[in-house]
Design a protein around this ligand. Structure first.
Ligand SMILES: *Cc1c(COP(=O)(O)O)cnc(C)c1O
Length: 377
């Protein structure tokens, strides 16, 4: 990248993404793979990740927002793109004109889709019906699934029921009882729809965790997100994700070094006091970049010269401090927040665990102020 780039950067290893998609695709086969690239591909860069996932064998993509789908279309991506929930009615025109697949679970929304397709004289707008089997976020209740599927099917030629799906609430748990329960509720709703003589199209349910942990739920298609980025869905599944490779690394360079006497406080509020004379280094990355302000208080570590060192004091907006003890370091030395250095690795899940959250939130929180650099395949 240009010499004008700041030291903080995110490197995305597209080879790792390719490897992970291939690995998950062979695990899921004969089910097909839909690559979930909402939220800028979990902070990894949507267009580069989408192209890589498609090259690695994914047959379709999923996003959360209409804008995210449009970004992919503008980049020339022609693969099927599913919106994972109903979107504001005023965006239905964009859904139709960009050829995005709508998700529906309410009568008014189905009717709005019909109106827009008819007004634009575009037949065959693909719609997937989402059934809520226990997540209690969005989706039609199983008892009304037939009615909704029937309404979509009866809206031919304007709409076409391309699929029926559900989403698991806890497929990443050690105990799969609830996931199995959701799967059974879903299967019985599918039976009802088929029993009414309606073709359900593509059946899908599994996220990454269920693809790994609940093989019977792979159905026609698996919707994989987190595993594609080489991050285990939960600590419980870490073991089964050994074949996946983390794709994202977050690094910056030391900008300033000083010796600090015992008893001195570090950063706002002096929340950390140096127990002995030590070397404190400053790194030009902060909470505006997505490093949680409480990282130093929560025990988050970084790698410098292959060794772990703690972030100390509260993280400020643009800079943070690390206590390197008596280690010899130099301005410009690489500081790894997520990724490998020497024989050590810090994973997004490790950072998440220290912060009381999950790897998903850690990578999604990295702001657009940090440049993404994509190593080409
Ligand atoms: C985000 C999402 C996924 C992907 O889940 P992962 O745990 O990242 O694999 C799949 N399906 C739906 C409906 C989602 O919202």
């Amino acid at each position: 990248m240009s010499s004008g780039m700041r030291s903080a950067r995110i490197d995305v290893d597209l080879d790792a993404i390719f490897h992970n998609v291939s690995a998950m695709a062979s695990r899921a086969a004969p089910a097909r793979v839909m690559a979930v690239i909402k939220a800028d591909a979990y902070g990894h860069g949507a267009v580069a990740v989408a192209e890589t996932a498609l090259a690695a064998g994914a047959g379709s993509l999923a996003v959360a927002l209409v804008q995210e789908g449009i970004e992919l279309r503008r980049a020339g991506i022609e693969a099927p793109i599913l919106l994972l929930s109903e979107q504001p009615e005023h965006q239905i025109g964009d859904i139709v004109s960009h050829g995005l697949i709508a998700t529906a679970y309410s009568v008014s929304y189905i009717d709005a889709l019909v109106r827009e397709s008819r007004a634009r004289n575009v037949a065959g707008q693909e719609v997937h019906l989402k059934i809520d089997t226990g997540m209690n976020r969005v989706g039609v209740s199983p008892s009304r699934a037939v009615e909704h599927a029937g309404r979509i099917a009866a809206s031919a030629p304007w709409l076409s029921l391309g699929g029926v799906y559900t989403h698991f609430a806890s497929a990443d748990d050690a105990d799969s009882t609830f996931a199995v329960e959701q799967w059974q509720i879903f299967r019985s709703a599918l039976d009802d729809i088929r029993g009414a003589g309606i073709d359900v199209g593509t059946v899908h349910a599994a996220n990454s965790a269920a693809t790994i942990n609940l093989p019977e739920s792979r159905a026609d298609l698996v919707r994989i997100g987190i595993s594609m980025y080489g991050i285990a869905p939960s600590a419980v599944l870490e073991e089964q994700c050994q074949d996946l490779r983390p794709a994202l690394s977050l690094t910056a360079g030391i900008s300033y070094i000083k010796r600090v006497p015992a008893g001195q406080g570090i950063s706002y509020g002096s929340r950390y006091r140096c127990p002995a004379e030590t070397t404190i280094v400053t790194v030009p990355i902060g909470y505006a970049d997505g490093i949680a302000r409480r990282s130093g208080i929560a025990g988050v570590e970084v790698l410098i010269r292959g060794r772990r060192h703690p972030i100390v004091g509260v993280v400020t907006m643009d800079q943070l401090m690390v206590d390197v003890g008596d280690e010899e370091v130099a301005v410009g030395d690489e500081v790894v927040f997520i990724g490998r250095q020497g024989g050590e690795i810090i994973t997004a899940n490790e950072v998440g665990e220290r912060l009381g959250t999950i790897g998903y939130e850690v990578v999604c929180s990295l702001s657009s102020r940090v440049p993404r650099v994509h190593a080409q395949l």
